[in-house]
Design a protein around this ligand. Structure first.
Ligand SMILES: Cc1cc2nc3c(=O)[nH]c(=O)nc-3n(C[C@H](O)[C@H](O)[C@H](O)COP(=O)(O)OP(=O)(O)OC[C@H]3O[C@@H](n4cnc5c(N)ncnc54)[C@H](O)[C@@H]3O)c2cc1C
Length: 441
């Protein structure tokens, strides 16, 4: 199944109602805050700022249409935790978990408050352990975190839904607060809310140049914006604006989605009802979710599910090996071989060297806000980022201080050709992509 760019459409985008793009910026504007990027980070930032400051002029510039990036092409899992952080003291680990849960709570709160028509579910996910030693540690951690008041559960192998037993799972952590989100349906539904709050959104308006200062100047093809504050909400694309070039590592992640089937059909093939999704402990994480309409979306699992382009390119080139991704899915759900793949797509994930994302403010005028480098938990964390950035903007950010991502700068990543060689040697020899050790918190 070779990929051509015109077939690179996610399930979420394929089933979205068609919408003409909003007009591109074609004038010179002045505003209080300019947000670059219409994914979860940019849209959540616009939402929180506009709710708090109805008097401020907020402009959001999106290169294509909202949800064009990872927010519209992810695997749909909405998980707690911060990838790259190794659980240490249980009290602190519980604090991190509670902080990230706010990201999911915010999504749910916005959907409910504005009665948005969004495809999502929040009935829990499983983090599967395939190695006995890791499973023992995870079971102990769950006990310690339960003592801190977290609603996690440890499930031994025999208690797992059957499809997860197939991969030799020894057990899993069940988190009842996580779930699945169709990012396109969420952002498309959020867009009119933002417009109603007075946010000026321009699509098909890539920012070509940024000049920082007490007033930042952004240039697009046919317009410009002068802003007192700037928000870089461009995640993996941020280096193209000249920021974090040596901190972000774009790796393509390939995803497949099956045809739709009803719950009974899936139950007969091993996907028990009542679980939104799972991820596992493999070095090349495999993950899957069950959509509200009955498609299994699956990604990762081995090297063929990822790719790195020399120079950190974010436009996909070459072919993606979707057949191997599907083969891997069938190791989880062998009885689903009769349910064909209906969608396949790829997109770049912006990894940091130790996998910890960063949210902060920088620049001589301390008016350039950023949030990026999410890996594994980006759906939750990029939706949380809007609140974190709004709190930084309002100087009400004390609650975030000390969290692993707060004011993060991300570790330095070696330049090319070391980066490309390192990636390919490491993945071929060990099956892992290069990374700095996680940080104990
Ligand atoms: C294939 C894939 C699978 C994934 N699966 C999962 C998953 O299951 N669970 C999970 O938690 N995370 C997952 N992620 C990661 C997650 O989707 C991202 O971390 C998250 O969506 C990042 O949101 P964002 O708003 O920061 O960035 P994006 O959604 O990428 O948004 C950035 C936006 O900026 C725009 N832009 C870029 N440059 C410019 C410019 N110069 N001017 C104007 N606009 C610009 C882009 O068009 C884009 O719309 C996955 C990502 C991919 C690619």
């Amino acid at each position: 199944m070779p990929l051509t760019l015109d077939t690179n459409t996610s399930l979420w985008a394929a089933r979205a109602a068609p919408r003409a793009p909003l007009p591109a910026l074609a004038e010179a504007l002045e505003c209080d805050v300019a947000i670059v990027g219409g994914g979860f980070t940019g849209m959540s930032t616009a939402y929180h700022l506009a709710r708090r400051h109805p008097e401020k002029r907020i402009v959001l510039l999106e290169a294509k249409k909202v949800a064009n990036g990872g927010s519209g092409r992810n695997g749909g899992l909405m998980l707690n935790w911060v990838n790259g952080v190794e659980p240490g003291d249980p009290g602190r680990a519980a604090g991190i978990w509670r902080a990230t849960k706010q990201g999911i709570d915010l999504v749910e709160g916005i959907i409910r408050e504005h009665a948005l028509d969004v495809r999502w579910r929040r009935d829990g996910t499983l983090s599967v352990h395939t190695r006995a030693k890791g499973a023992e540690e995870a079971a102990r951690e769950v006990e310690a975190l339960r003592a801190e008041g977290l609603p996690l559960q440890w499930l031994d192998g025999a208690a797992l839904p059957s499809h997860l037993r197939m991969v030799g799972a020894v057990g899993a952590v069940f988190d009842p607060t996580s779930g699945h989100l169709d990012g396109v349906s969420y952002l498309e539904a959020l867009l009119p809310v933002l417009l109603g709050l007075g946010v000026q959104v321009y699509e098909e308006s890539p920012v070509l140049r940024v000049v920082e200062g007490a007033t930042c100047t952004l240039t697009t093809r046919a317009g410009s914006v002068k802003a007192k504050a700037l928000v870089l909400a461009t995640n993996v694309y941020t280096p193209r604006l000249g920021y974090f070039k040596d901190r972000i590592f774009p790796v393509f992640s390939h995803v497949v989605a099956t045809q739709r089937r009803d719950a009974a059909t899936w139950a007969a093939r091993g996907w028990a009802p009542g679980v939104a999704g799972f991820d596992d402990d493999l070095d090349r994480i495999a993950y899957g979710c069950m959509t509200t309409e009955g498609e299994v979306v699956f990604g990762g699992g081995h090297n063929a599910a990822y790719g790195y382009h020399f120079g950190g390119g974010v436009s996909f080139k070459g072919t993606a090996d979707f057949a191997s991704v599907h083969k891997r899915l069938l190791q989880y759900l062998p009885e689903a071989a009769d349910i064909p793949v209906a969608h396949r797509w790829t997109g770049p994930v912006g990894l940091s060297w130790n996998r910890i994302c960063a949210m902060g403010v920088r620049g001589a005028e301390k008016n350039v806000y950023y949030a990026l480098g999410y890996s594994g938990h980006g759906v939750t964390l990029s939706n949380l980022a809007g609140k974190v950035i709004a709190d930084m903007y309002d100087h009400t950010d004390d609650a975030w201080r000390g969290l692993p991502f707060y004011q993060g700068e991300m570790a330095w990543i070696p330049p090319e050709p070391a980066r490309w060689i390192g990636y390919h040697v490491m993945t071929r020899l060990t099956g892992k992509s290069p990374r700095k050790r996680g940080v104990k918190h």
